[in-house]
Design a protein. Structure first.
Lengths: 168, 298
């Protein structure tokens, strides 16, 4: 959506907002299905977690994963993480936690999220959208309806102004 | 229990009064231009003064629109990042992003609005450079300016609604009808403004505008009902002060009463058309207030 090209996908397949390019139009804030983008009041530009892009570039893991005392945040190649998460869900299911599920791990959700969650309740309980979708889903139908509107308005103009013209 | 709409889990972009005014004035600017073009193409000589008035209105409003949009950016001096990539200075355009496409459309529309504005000025006897009058029809150049600018006018009046639907925000992203609603409302408010301004100078052809606006108001009412239906469960957000404003301000004050007044004006030729046009403008403004602020606050 970003009209300035400030939002890029990095070599690590993560998403970073370049604060020197962003002009603070805030289109991305309403477009993001997860509500994770905010305006930095100091810089006046859009901001979100960079997954510690600077640390990734020197081979370190993101600071949150490194620091988390309960290892709730795991970092690594997505395929490995998915395997580990699947095993953990099975373990929980077998232990009687039947609600255990992964959120965003398979490609059903927006083609698969690179950050996904293990939940033990409905997504909305965690403040996560139950069915996140791309904002562009409405683009085609919205545009076509407007084109039809433009044609109808033109016909109304033809009727109104032509009648008047012929009477003159 | 069915899952809540996913749009309720997103963050508001904080588009407030500057954007509300832009949506309102942009609708009028685009609407005035395409009405001018429609009158130029289909109307007789009686419509010519009104078409001229339309172009005289469209360009100054477009300039105001550009300034409003720039002022709303959190980094206004970087407004040109919408058009050029800041590092390479290559053109920046994403056709799937209504804001990106809209920025270009507004710039191009401003260009045509400027040409038509010059052409409209040149029709005044006191203007010296008569050659500029060729920017108005019936000549070929005038026709090109009217048609291309008119198409862009439709775009400018409608894309703002499409832009809202191409988000994940409550109400906006829950329907595909906002572009259509804004387009019709842009046509309606532009007709109302031209009817108001044209009362003195082009009184005889103002009735054509009142007839046109009556059609627009009926269409707008139908589109608004379809909009509420399309929202499904999210429409519950309008069981609030916003819904009351939508029904009383937009529908009753801005559509139903003006329809009655236009009818009176067309039948008896009295001044009720003036009140109707003023109410249509107020209703058109309130429509943007309701659509934007009811989602921003959700």
């Amino acid at each position: 959506m970003c009209p300035t090209g400030a939002i890029i996908r990095t070599e690590f397949d993560t998403v970073v907002i370049q604060s020197d390019v962003c002009n603070g139009c805030r289109d991305c804030i309403g477009a993001c299905p997860f509500g994770v983008i905010d305006i930095n009041p100091a810089s006046g530009t859009a901001q979100k977690c960079t997954l510690c892009y600077d640390r990734l570039q020197v081979g370190l893991e993101p600071a949150c994963a490194k620091a988390c005392p309960t290892a709730s945040i795991q970092f690594g190649p997505v395929a490995d993480l998915r395997k580990r998460a699947d095993a953990r869900v099975s373990q929980l299911q077998n232990a009687g936690e039947t609600r255990a599920q992964l959120y965003g791990a398979d490609d059903k959700m927006l083609g698969g999220l690179n950050s996904f969650f293990l939940l033990v309740d409905r997504p909305e309980v965690y403040g996560l959208p139950p069915d996140p979708r791309l904002p562009t889903r409405n683009l085609k139908s919205s545009s076509w309806l407007s084109v039809i509107g433009a044609v109808v308005v033109s016909v109304a103009g033809l009727i109104s102004f032509r009648t008047r013209g012929s009477r003159a | 229990m069915s899952a809540p709409s996913s749009t309720l889990f997103t963050a508001p972009p904080e588009w407030h009064w500057l954007i509300i005014f832009y949506f309102f004035l942009g609708g009028i600017a685009g609407g005035a231009y395409f009405l001018g073009a429609l009158m130029d193409l289909f109307g007789g000589p009686l419509q010519r003064p009104l078409a001229r008035l339309a172009y005289l209105v469209a360009f100054p409003l477009t300039v105001v629109c550009g300034l409003l949009l720039i002022a709303d950016l959190r980094r206004p001096l970087r407004f040109w990042h919408m058009m050029l990539q800041s590092e390479t200075l290559r053109p920046m355009l994403k056709v799937w992003s209504p804001m990106s496409l809209g920025s270009w459309a507004l710039l191009l529309f401003g260009f045509f609005a400027f040409l038509a504005f010059l052409g409209a000025l040149a029709e005044d006897e006191r203007w010296r450079w008569r050659g500029l009058a060729r920017l108005r029809p019936p000549g070929l150049l005038g026709l090109v300016v009217a048609v291309l600018g008119g198409v862009l006018g439709f775009f400018v009046a409608g894309y703002t609604g499409v832009l809202l639907t191409v988000t994940n925000r409550p109400i906006w992203g829950d329907t595909t009808l906002l572009g259509l609603v804004f387009l019709i409302s842009g046509a309606s408010t532009a007709a109302a403004l031209l009817a108001l301004l044209g009362q003195r100078r082009a009184a005889s052809s103002v009735h054509a505008l009142e007839r046109f606006d009556s059609i627009m108001l009926v269409l707008e009412l139908v589109a608004l009902i379809a909009l509420v239906v399309s929202l499904g469960g999210v429409a519950r957000l309008w069981l609030s002060v916003w819904g009351a404003l939508l029904v009383l301000g937009v529908v009753v004050l801005g559509i139903l009463i003006p329809l009655g007044l236009y009818r009176r004006s067309l039948r008896f030729g009295d001044a009720s058309g003036v009140a109707a046009a003023a109410l249509v403008l107020a209703g058109g403004f309130l429509l943007r207030v309701v659509i934007i602020l009811s989602s921003e606050g959700a």
